[in-house]
Design a binder for this molecule. Structure first.
Ligand code: SF4
Length: 255
């Protein structure tokens, strides 16, 4: 008899919310969760090292001697006091899906009545699938055209399983949850042709909201050779028009 072995994905480890690795909390924002007044919770840990990472100190999971973790008690009390004053909580990072306590933290915030937003780069589809039913909005970073592995790895500074990012995108599209795909762009690593190729891939898959974030220099102490400042002619008006006409909502963010 032929024995067929089925690969079952490993169960995601969950830890109590009080083990959440909180590096900081923005108490009030109008721009990180479209349509909602929110708090943003920044979590430690990200496996990538993007060329433009604005929070490189969040890449390490561990807190350094100079960093002070925010306690779960502080965050929970803060959220209890803000009921009725803010609408949502956005979990950001770092890559929040690296944190095994995220699932429990999301449950707690949801039970308090908050809308939940998530910023992710999509490298953990299994973890994303687990919390999708509790999310109200997602900002998904897609760093480069999905068919260009070398370029993707150049931008994120690590080996990448692009299939996982694609899986996250497909799950989001199927879920019906509102989400924005965003790309941080610089002409030195993303030509206008590549930018349009990425936009067309996203459009063909069914993405309706897209944001282009023009490269902003990362903190000086973290980059030996930061890329030059981007001129206002990148991308060209022609490319911007094509992007605008490709999506229901297109946003350009310049530094
Ligand atoms: S995925 Fe985000 S947090 Fe991680 S290195 Fe890239 S920009 Fe930084």
């Amino acid at each position: 008899m032929k024995v067929i072995s089925i690969q079952v994905p490993p169960a995601v480890e969950h830890r109590p919310a009080n083990q959440l690795r909180i590096a900081g909390v923005t108490r009030f924002t109008t721009i990180d969760f479209p349509g909602f007044l929110s708090a943003v919770v920044f979590l430690k840990g990200c496996p990538w090292k993007c060329l433009y990472c604005q929070n490189p100190e969040l890449q390490l999971k561990e807190f350094s001697e100079n960093e002070e973790a925010v306690s779960w008690d502080y965050l929970e009390n803060f959220l209890k006091k803000r009921i009725g004053l803010i609408d949502g909580v956005v979990f950001s990072g770092g890559e929040p899906l690296t944190d095994p306590a995220l699932y429990e933290a999301v449950q707690t915030a949801k039970k308090l009545g908050y809308k939940i937003g998530l910023h992710t780069a999509g490298m953990y589809p299994h973890q994303l699938r687990e919390i999708l039913p509790f999310l109200d909005w997602v900002g998904l970073d897609i760093k480069a055209p999905l068919l260009e592995r070398d370029l993707y790895e150049k931008v994120v500074g690590k080996r990448v399983h692009i299939e996982k990012v694609e899986e996250s995108l497909d799950d989001l599209l199927e879920s019906g949850i509102p989400f924005e795909v965003r790309t941080t762009a610089h002409p030195d690593y993303l030509s206008e042709e590549q930018l349009l190729a990425l936009a067309m891939q996203l459009k063909e898959r069914g993405v309706r909201e897209y944001a282009l974030q023009i490269y902003r220099e990362p903190p000086m102490h973290t980059q030996e050779h930061p890329l030059p400042r981007v001129g206002s002619d990148y991308p060209s008006n022609e490319v911007l028009k094509q992007l605008e006409s490709s999506f229901d909502k297109f946003t350009l963010r310049r530094p």
